[in-house]
Design a protein around this ligand. Sequence first.
Ligand code: CP3
Length: 341
Amino acid sequence: MQQSLFIKAAFSQPTERPPVWMMRQAGRFMKEYWEIKNKYSFLEMCKTPEIAADVTLLPVNLLGIDAAILFSDILVTAEAMGGKLSFEQGVGPRFSNPIQNQQDINALETDVKHRLQYVADAIQVIQQRLNGSIPLIGFAGAPFTVMSYLVEAGSSKDFKKTKLFIHNHPTLAHQLLQKIADVTVDYLNLQIEAGVNALQIFDSWAIALCWDDYQTFSHPYISQIIAKLNRKNIPIISFCKGSSVFAPLMAEAQPDVISVDWNADLRNIKQQLPQNIAVQGNLDPHILYADKKVIKERIHRLFDRMKDQNGFIFNLGHGIMPDIPFENVKYAVEVVKNYTF
Ligand code: CP3
């Protein structure tokens, strides 16, 4: 596995072309996903190892990507801690018992590894089926992003409640973030034990934070998590929306790879970082709605910028949207695979 394109690029070793995978590569843009989704709820899919494995393998078989990502969700840690989680069609994730005060935080449990065993089981099934062909990426949400769902009771446009919480009740916010961080360390180490080949930490909503708040309420917890992982030869990818701005701080947490949103020039970000930190990204996913010649031109433009750089994994700046045409995603993968540095 150390010889796979993805692992080599993640450890900043030279590769003949950039490896490719895409965030949300197993999802609603695929009719094969809907064939499964129409039979089960989203959480059932996550919690049944055989089904989670079936979905994880869809983009492996249909797109030919260079790395698989475990089919699960960042909110399973919050659920294991006691959050009453549901996913409703068209609404997204909801917690019916949002966190509002000290009592709510006290009620959250942290010794919850046993409740996440289904994820370890899914990883084992997936690895049996992948049979060493490509690496499997495990993941978890970053404490700030997971906290935002617990405080807002679900998704949010402006993160008003979360920001009020960190600004007016910083002590409570730190208690909550620490509890989530502790669970996340156990959870990611469980994934390593179960056999993942890489890990990604998703801080999707860091983009809502100003520099000081990112530094105080997100960065220390990601640093702590990365420092406590039994890493062995497993690269750690740190993703956030907002990485165009926060990349220098993200690098201090010592991940192997920083996954960059679409706002920045990837080459500029790469050159600001220590040599041993690779970058992943950063095509605007909206490009995948465009005509094929645009898709090809934009991927080539990105690759021409990154040509002389080791440590580059092709991905999007954020996840694939559900209504992006499957054919365009497949075409983008082909364009990447036909490119040589
Ligand atoms: O990338 C992959 O293919 C692996 C699976 C994966 C999912 N969620 C599946 C999913 C991963 C890595 C995630 C991470 C995740 N979940 C993040 C971080 C990444 C990001 O996109 O920012 C976040 C913020 C969540 C929380 C979450 N889960 C939301 C906001 C939603 C609703 C999305 C929407 O647009 O309605 C989910 C549900 C979810 N997670 C789906 C999938 C395939 C859709 C479920 C469905 O079919 O209804």
